[in-house]
Design a binder for this molecule. Structure first.
Ligand code: IPM
Ligand code: MN
Length: 384
């Protein structure tokens, strides 16, 4: 909708989250301000809501009913990292993470995770920026995560169910092909390609996933389709990442392989993601942080810190790049493609020029706030 000045308006919920979350979202919003000014054509109306582990500790709910309603009503939502390792549900699982309520609750069935090697990133593989540029599309509402918060257990055993449905598979596979149509193909050969990742050699549920994939692939004759077993995919993403364009897979496989992919480009602390359904979408840095992560946390902590890095919260040490790239994904979703592109170019240019330098453990030299300001300034300069 356009406001009285003719600008396109979008209503967006912001959930800053736990730990370093508020610092990251503040930095991203500084970039948003610059990009809005530069573009002049649109404005986001921001509605900030609490959510996560601290809220759960206080109220017994990690997101209030009112906030869930606001997320549902919004055009899109951007959240920062959530979760505090010690805040648990009675069954031992993490209480602060919002995936349970938002991913299935909003039926945002495609978890879209672009893996790109950025200039200046400390990548453990041999590759240049531009050579690693693929999208993992992780099914987000079923698979092994069906058992989330449920499962069956006695004192002696526990079992989780992996569910693959035709409808759930068709829609996520279709989304993967649609994403491929919007891209320029794989870095190695420019071929538009969707890779189905599964364990069809062992599990009947995965053979079914593959059959449905093949059926949907026929609707997209201009996109190459191929299959890869998940274990082989883990190896291939390390040794020949240039081959990949879009990959689609079951929920749990997508969880694991997206961290692997993130690791190859310097850590998931640099990677954005979108949870996108037909009616709703929310965007977040890929949750979870490796112990030597690029959120700026020293590798001392053995407990997974799920991206909220409470040990460095409030210290202006966290790297806001994943949050800024998350903002870019949301802008794309809102139909503000030029602003999204400007945001991404501002990140890349800041890194390339050295204006934004990444130090030990991935923390931005000069701090979180300064990193946001540098990217914002670069966006203004690029646009001028
Ligand atoms: C992710 C995260 C979550 C998941 C955790 C935080 C529950 O690892 O989004 O990849 O397992 O889905
Ligand atoms: Mn994960």
């Amino acid at each position: 909708m356009a406001d009285s000045t003719g600008k396109r308006e979008h209503n967006v919920v912001i959930i800053p989250g736990d730990g370093i979350g508020p610092e990251l979202t503040d930095a991203a919003l500084a970039v948003l301000e610059a990009v809005e000014e530069a573009s002049g054509g649109f404005h986001l109306n921001l509605d900030v809501h609490r959510g996560g582990a601290a809220l759960y500790q206080e109220t017994g709910a990690n997101l209030s009913a009112e906030s869930i309603a606001a997320v549902r009503a919004a055009d899109a939502t951007m959240k920062g990292p959530v979760g505090l390792p010690e805040v648990r549900f009675p069954d031992g699982t993490e209480a602060g993470v919002l995936g349970g309520v938002l991913r299935t609750g909003l039926d945002v069935y495609a978890n879209v995770r672009p893996i790109r090697l950025l200039p200046g990133a400390e990548a453990p593989i041999k590759a240049e920026p531009g050579e690693v540029d693929y999208v993992i599309v992780r099914e987000n509402t079923e698979g092994l995560y069906l058992s989330r918060g449920k499962g069956v257990q006695t004192n002696d055993a526990a079992a989780d169910t992996l569910l693959i449905t035709r409808k759930g598979t068709e829609r996520v596979v279709r989304r993967a092909f649609e994403i491929a149509l919007q891209r320029n193909g794989a870095p190695s050969d420019g071929v538009r390609r969707v890779t189905c990742v599964d364990k069809a050699n062992v599990l009947p549920s995965m053979a079914f996933f593959r059959r449905v994939f093949d059926e949907v692939a026929e609707e997209f004759p201009d996109v190459q389709s191929e299959h890869l077993y998940a274990d082989a995919a883990a190896q291939a993403l390390v040794v020949r990442p240039q081959h990949f364009d879009v990959l689609v897979m079951e929920n749990f496989l997508g969880d694991i392989l997206s961290d692997l992919g993130g690791g190859t480009v310097g850590g998931i602390g640099l990677c954005p993601s979108g949870n996108i359904g037909d009616d709703h979408a929310y965007f977040e840095p890929i949750p979870g942080s490796p112990p030597s992560g690029t959120t700026g946390a020293a590798p001392a902590s053995s407990e997974p810190i799920h991206g909220s890095a409470p040990d460095i919260a409030g210290q202006d040490k966290a790297n806001p790049v994943s949050q800024v790239l998350t903002l870019a994904m949301m802008l794309d979703y809102l139909g503000e493609g030029a602003a999204a592109e400007l945001t991404r170019r501002a990140v890349e240019e800041s890194l390339k020029s050295g204006a934004l330098a990444i130090g030990e453990y991935g923390q931005p030299v000069g701090g979180t706030r300064a990193a946001g300001e540098t990217i914002a300034k670069t966006a203004r300069t690029l646009h001028a």
